[in-house]
Design a protein. Structure first.
Lengths: 353, 353, 353, 353
C-alpha cells in the first residue's frame, strides 16, 4: 500500500519532489500545495487528477495525506513543519532544517515526542557517489582521515536573505555528516568571507574546521565563479579519494598513493619527524557507480522510515548538526575569522578513524 | 659581450639554472660551485670546459664572474648573497630570498648601497601565462578585482626545515605580487594549517588575505594530495580569468561572465542590495600563448637589469613582500588563525583597480 | 489551441516523447499506444487521464488525434506511418525513417500527395549546439570546409536487427545534413566494419565520404568502446570548430587557427605547393550556449510546421538522405570497402562553401 | 667503457639525440655531423670539446666512433646508413627506415651480413606507457584483441616531400608493431585521404587494417586539426585500454568493462547471435607509470644490443614492417581506397591472442 503525500511549495525544488514522489511505488502523490494555485497547477501538468491546495490548513486536515514534503523558503520551514506534526503528519524538509539551531532543536524534539518521522532532504547523501564514499570510509579503505577539502563554486544568484555559507555550505556539511564515522563534529569553526560587490552579505566564503586527531576540513563556497567546480578531496593515511561531481564518467577516483613513514605505522607521533616521511606513487582505481536519481532514494528512505518506525538516514539530528556549524560560521565571520566552538563540541567524544 | 656567471648549488634547482645560463647568448657560464665536486661535475656533464669550484671564496675572487645564481638551501641564501655583494657581484637568488624579513631587508639594502642587482628568481612570473595575466589586469580587461583563489596541491616531500606555507606559497605570493597593480599588499593575513601526520609542521595550509576594497585572496597549499592541482581563479567585475597550469592546451580562459547590477556600474555600494544583482552568461575566450621557457626569460632579465643598471622585474623588494606575508602567516598560525597585519600594511595606500 | 497527439510505442524512446509532448503548450497528449497496455500505463503514470490504446486502428479513428509520434522498432515505422497518412494524421517518426530508401521515398511521396507533415525526429539537430554550428557555417565563420571528423563510440547493446552503422550513424548523418549548406550530398561512400565477436553484424564501423571540392567527412561508430566519446571536428579554411558533447561547460570551441598559404588566399590551387604552406596559432573562442531540451524544440517545430502548412526543418527528405547514405554504406561494406555512389550523387550540383 | 657515438643531422630531432647520448653513461658523444657547421656548433653549445664534423666520410673514418645516429631527412637515411655499415659502424636511424620497402630490405640485409646492429628509433616504443601496454597484452589482461583505434592529429606543417601518412603514421604503426603479440601483420590495408587545400599530398588520412581473427585496426592522422589529440583505444574481450598521451596524470586507463556473451566464452562463434550479447560495467584502473625519457631508453637499448651482439627491441625488421604498411597505404590511396595486401601478408601465420 502506498502512502499519501503532498508537496508544499511549487517553486524551484518542488517540481523535483513532485516528479519523484509521483513515480515512486511507495507513494501516492495526492496534492501540491502553494499559495499560488496557477504555479501549483503548472507543476502538476495537464490531464492529472492530483489536487491543488492553496491552504495548508485544509491540506493538513486531509486523511489521505500521511506525510508532507516542504520545499518553501527556509524561514517558513519550521512553522509548516510544526503545524504538520500537530496534525500527525510525517515531514521531509528541505535544507536548511530551520533558520536557527534553537528552532531546529524544537522541531527535532516535537517529532520525537509525537513519534513522527522528521527527515532532512540532504539529497546529495543519497547519490551513489556519497553512498560509496561512506562505505569506503567505514571499511577503512582510506585509513585514518587526514584532510578534507571541498570546493563548490559557480555563478549563483545573490540570495536576498542568506549569505553564500547558508546557501551552499549545507550541501557539503550534510555530506561530511553522512560520510564521517561519527558524523560531522568539528572542534571549532573559522569562517572568512568577502563581499566585494557590496551586496550586504558574503558572496565568497571559506570555512575551516579542525577535526579531532589533527585532521582538518575546509570548504570553499562561491557565487561569483564563472566556472562550476564541485570537487571534494578526502585524504587518508592509506588512500586518498577525489570526487569530481562534474566528471560523470569518472566521478570517484581512489588513489593508492600517499605519504608514509619510513618505519611504518608503528612509529608513534612523537617519533614522526620529517626525515622519516617519504611518499609512494601507486595506482588509481575508479569504481563503477550505478546511475540512479538521488531524490528517488530520498523518497524510498522516507517511506521506509515511516513504515519501520525508525530514524531515516538523514534525520532531524543531522539537519541540526548542519545548522550548528552554520551558526558557528556566522559567529566567526562577525568576529574576524576567530575559531568558534559549535554547540556540539562539548558533547563530542572519540576520534576519527 | 656575454657576462660571466657561476651557479652556486648543484642540487634540485641548480641543473635548471645551469642549462638556461649555458644556452643563453647573454651569459657565459664559467663555473658551477658546490661543496660536493662530483655533484657539480655531474651537472656540467662530460666534454665540457666549464669549471667546478668547491670554494665560494675562490669563486668570488674570479674576475670572469660578474654575477652568481644561488640555488642552495634557503637558510644559506643570505650569507652567500652578502659575500657576493662584498665581492661586487650581482645576485640572482632562489625563493625565498632569505629566511626572515629582517635579513631579507638587509640584502635589499646592501645591494642598493653597492648599486648591484639583486633579483629574486620568481620563475613563474616569467611564464607567458603570468605575463599575459599581468597585461590583462593592467589593461582593465577584468575590471575591478573581486577575489583570487589559488590552489597548489600535490604529493610533496615533507621538508625537514620548513612547513608547506614556506615551501609552496612563495610561488603564489610572487605571482600575485607580479600581477596585482600595486603588488601584493594585503590588509592582513590569516593562516590555518594541519599536521595530521604529526610531522611537527603544517602539511596542509590555507592562507586568507583580505585585500583593499573588499576583495579577498585565498591560497590552498598541500603536500598530501595524490592529485596535482595548480589552478588560480581571478574574479573581476567585468570578466573572470581561470588559469589551469596543468592544461597546456588551454592554460588561460577568460570568461565574459559574471554578476552584475541591474542599474549598471553607476549604482553606488550603498544601493547595492541583493535584489539588484543578476548574472550574465557570456562567452569564453582562450588566448593563444607562446611556448617559452620561463627560466630563459629570467636569465635575460637578469642580464638586462645589470646592463641597463636598473631593477629587474622581480627585484629584491618583491622577494621581501613575499617574506613579509610568510612571516605574518607563521604568526597567524601560532595564534590560531587570527588576522595578522604584515609589516607593509601601514605603508600601503590606494586600492585595487 | 493545442493539437491532439498520440505517442505510438512505449519502449526506449517513447517516454521521452511523452514527457515533452505533455509539457508542451502546443500539444495535448491524448493517448499512448502500445500492444502492451501495462507498459503504456507505466509511461503515463498514476492519477492521469491520458488514455492507453492497444489498437493502432482505434487510435487513428479518434478525432482528437491530429498527429502521431512513432517510436516503435525501425522495421514497423513505414507501415504505421502509411496507416496514419491514410487516416489524415501528421507524422513524426524516429530515425531511421524506414528500413530502405525505396520505402522511405514512398513515405515522402505519400505525405506530399496528402499535404500532411512528415517530420524526421533528428533530435540532435534541435540542440543549441547544432543550431549554433549551422549558423557559424552559414555565416562563413569557418570559411571553406576542409574536413569533418566525427566519433560516436560507447558501450552499446548489439542490436538484433541492425549493425552499428544503422544504429548510430543516423545521428551523425542527420547532423551533417543539417549543418552543411546544401545538405549531406557526398560524392561517394566507403565503409569498413569489423565483427570481432562474431555476432553476425559490424560492431565497429568507419564511414568515409569524399565531399565536393576535395573535402572529406569521416565517421567512427562503435558499440565496443568502454569510454563514451561524442566528438565532431569541422575544419575550415578560416577557423576550425570542435564539438565535444560530453563537456557540457564547453561544448563548442572555435579555433582561430589553421594552415595558411604564404601568399594568402589569392594563390590558386595550382600554385599551392607545400613550401608555401605555414600555420598560424590563434585564440580559441567558446560561445555561451543556452541550456534547452532538444526534444521540446522538436515538438514545437512539428506543431509549427502543421500550423503553417510548411516543411519542418528536418523533413522527410532529410530522413531520406540519411537512408541513402546508410544503404550505400551497406553496399560498400559488402564489397570490401569500395567507394559506392549514393542515389543522390547524380543530382548534386555545386560545391561546399 | 662507454662507446663512441656521433649524431648525424643537427636539424629538428638531432638536438634530442645529442642531449640523450651526452647524458648517457653508456655512450661518449664525440661528434655532431652536419653540412652546416654553425648549426652543429649551436647544438653542441659553448665550452664543449665535442667535435663538429661537416664531412660524413671523415666522420666514418674516425676510430673513436663505434656507432652513428642518423637524424637527417628521410630520403638520405639509406645512403648514410649504407656508408656507415661499410665503415663497420652500428646504426640508429630515425623513422622511416628508408623511403621504400626494397631499400629498407637492403639495409636490413647489409647489417645482418656484416653482423652490425641496425636499430630503428621508434622512440614511442620506449615510453613507459607502451612498455606497459605490451606487458598487459602479453599477459592476456585484455583477452582476445577486438579493435584498435588510434588518433594522432594536430596542426602540422605540410611536408615538402611526404604526405600525412608517411609523416605521422610511422609512430602508430611502430607502436602497434611493438605491442601486438606477433608484430603488426595486417591482412590488408585500405587508405583514404584528403587534400582539401590542394597542396599535392594528403593532409588528412585514414588507414584501415583488417587483422587476423576478425579484429580491425584504424588510424586517423591529420595535419589540419587545431586541437592536438593523441589517443589509442585497444579493445579486448576481457578488458579495454585507453591511452591518452596528453593526459599525463592518467595516461593509461584499463576498463574492466565490455560486451559479453550470455553463456560465457564457451559459446562458439556460430552460436554468437545478437540476442546472447550483453554488456557489463566494471571498474577502471589506472596504473602508476614511471616518468622517464624514452630517448634515454633508446640510447641504452642501442648500447646493450651492440654489447650483447643481439637484435635491439626495435630492429631493422620492425622498421621494415612499418615501411611495408606505408607502401601498401600509398598504393591503396592511388586506387581509391581499395584493400591492398602488404608484402608480409603471405608470410603471416596465426592469429591475435
Amino acid at each position: 500500500m502506498s502512502l499519501g503525500i503532498a508537496v508544499v511549495g511549487a517553486g524551484y525544488w518542488g517540481p523535483n519532489l513532485v516528479r519523484n514522489f509521483r513515480s515512486s511505488s511507495d507513494w501516492d502523490l495526492v496534492a501540491v500545495c502553494d499559495l499560488d494555485a496557477a504555479r501549483a497547477r503548472k507543476v502538476i501538468g495537464p490531464r492529472s487528477t492530483v489536487d491543488v491546495e492553496t491552504s495548508l490548513e485544509r491540506l493538513l486536515d486531509r486523511d489521505d495525506v500521511a506525510a508532507i514534503a516542504i520545499a518553501t523558503p527556509a524561514r517558513t520551514h519550521s512553522a509548516i513543519a510544526m503545524a504538520a506534526f500537530e496534525a500527525g503528519k510525517h515531514v521531509l524538509v528541505e535544507k536548511p532544517l530551520a533558520d536557527s539551531y534553537a528552532i531546529g532543536q524544537q522541531l527535532v524534539d516535537e517529532a520525537r515526542s509525537r513519534n513522527l518521522v522528521l527527515m532532512a532532504d540532504h539529497t546529495y547523501c543519497y547519490t551513489p557517489t556519497v553512498v560509496k564514499i561512506s562505505e569506503l570510509i567505514a571499511e577503512g579503505v582510506l585509513g585514518e582521515l587526514l584532510f578534507i577539502d571541498s570546493v563548490r563554486i559557480n555563478l549563483g544568484l545573490v540570495q536576498p536573505d542568506v549569505d553564500v555559507f547558508w546557501d551552499l555550505a549545507p550541501h557539503d556539511l550534510s555530506i561530511l555528516d553522512a560520510v564521517l564515522p561519527f558524523g560531522l563534529r568539528p572542534e571549532a569553526v573559522a569562517a572568512h568571507g568577502a563581499d566585494p560587490l557590496g551586496t550586504g552579505r558574503a558572496c565568497v566564503g571559506y570555512l575551516t574546521m579542525p577535526l579531532y586527531g589533527g585532521a582538518i576540513a575546509h570548504l570553499h563556497v562561491n557565487w561569483l565563479s564563472p566556472t562550476k567546480i564541485r570537487q571534494m578531496v578526502i585524504g587518508g593515511s592509506r588512500r586518498t579519494l577525489v570526487w569530481d561531481d562534474l566528471h560523470p564518467q569518472q566521478r570517484l577516483a581512489i588513489y593508492d598513493r600517499g605519504v608514509e613513514f619510513a618505519a611504518g605505522d608503528q612509529v608513534g607521533p612523537s617519533e614522526r619527524n620529517a626525515a622519516a616521511v617519504s611518499y609512494r606513487l601507486g595506482d588509481m582505481h575508479a569504481p563503477s557507480l550505478p546511475e540512479s536519481e538521488a531524490l528517488a532514494s530520498v523518497a524510498s528512505e522516507f517511506a521506509a522510515a515511516i513504515r519501520e518506525n525508525r530514524s531515516p538516514r538523514t534525520d532531524g539530528e543531522s539537519g541540526l548538526r548542519v545548522l550548528d556549524i552554520l551558526e558557528a560560521a556566522s559567529q566567526s565571520l562577525r568576529s574576524g575569522g576567530a575559531l568558534v566552538a559549535p554547540n556540539s563540541a562539548d558533547l563530542t567524544v572519540g576520534s576519527l578513524s
